[in-house]
Design a protein around this ligand. Sequence first.
Ligand code: AMP
Length: 297
Amino acid sequence: MKTSPLITTRAELRQFLKQWRQAQPDGIVGLVPTMGYLHAGHRALLEAARQASDLLICSIFVNPLQFNDSADFNNYPKSITQDRELCQTSGVDLIFAPPAEEMYSTKPLLQLAMPDLTGNLCGPGRPGHFEGVLMVVARLFHLCQPDKAWFGKKDYQQLLVIRQLAQDLDMNITIIGLPTVREASGLAMSSRNAHLSPRGREHASLIYRSLELARKEFLDGCTNAAELIEICKDVIQSGTLNRVEYLEIVDARSLAPLSRLQSDSHFVIATAVFCEQTRLIDNIEILSHPDPEANSL
Ligand code: AMP
């Protein structure tokens, strides 16, 4: 099968973009940054981006700076052949897949951090993670100069951090967040699911079931966040392979912890769970009041 063209160096990418911009000065460049081992969640981002872009770039780069655990980095699944096929069938115009020594040919001394958005949820358990994400996304944005970039709400905290990055540096890039794509069992699609045994997958599917149950309890009138958290934890931990790293209820915009919910609150129940050796994250966004601005997240 024919596959999407692949570029591995910054120089080639800049040259390609320069020529493309000369030919289409008003064209929309869309970017979907990924770490590869692409699945239906990535495909949803690529298909949405395809609709809205004249040039669609998918970056594939397992960013060493965002891994606080070297085993996790070394074991991260890879399959460039399948990724190229998925990119082709999703209409990607260009894959940018640099090796690490190309992406970081000099070690960056600049440090980017966003403590106000990373003090809870995934921040404490993964020291340095968001700093690494900020660096790689800032670099990808500078290299690709996209008009729009797509991210998944599965990584809800990451989406907010990146939206803030673009805003704080006035990058003039529209950041679009899309809903989490799930397997039939409810398990959020993730490249890391490849590490799970069939039994692990069954236990992991309790994560989303617990979040759905909490949503139902909230809609039935439970506004006490601590109670909802306990309900979720009980369900998740009934899967004996599961160990909860955190389970928090936070404001959907500031990520500040909430204790009492209002019927019109816009909030997120987010969790990280170790299943077997694999750390999985998931969340559910709850917005019972139809506020179009809030929905723009
Ligand atoms: P990753 O390759 O895991 O770094 O993810 C690349 C992009 O795909 C990020 O914006 C993720 O939030 C998004 N993504 C990953 N899994 C899913 C999913 N199940 N549904 C929607 N988006 C996803």
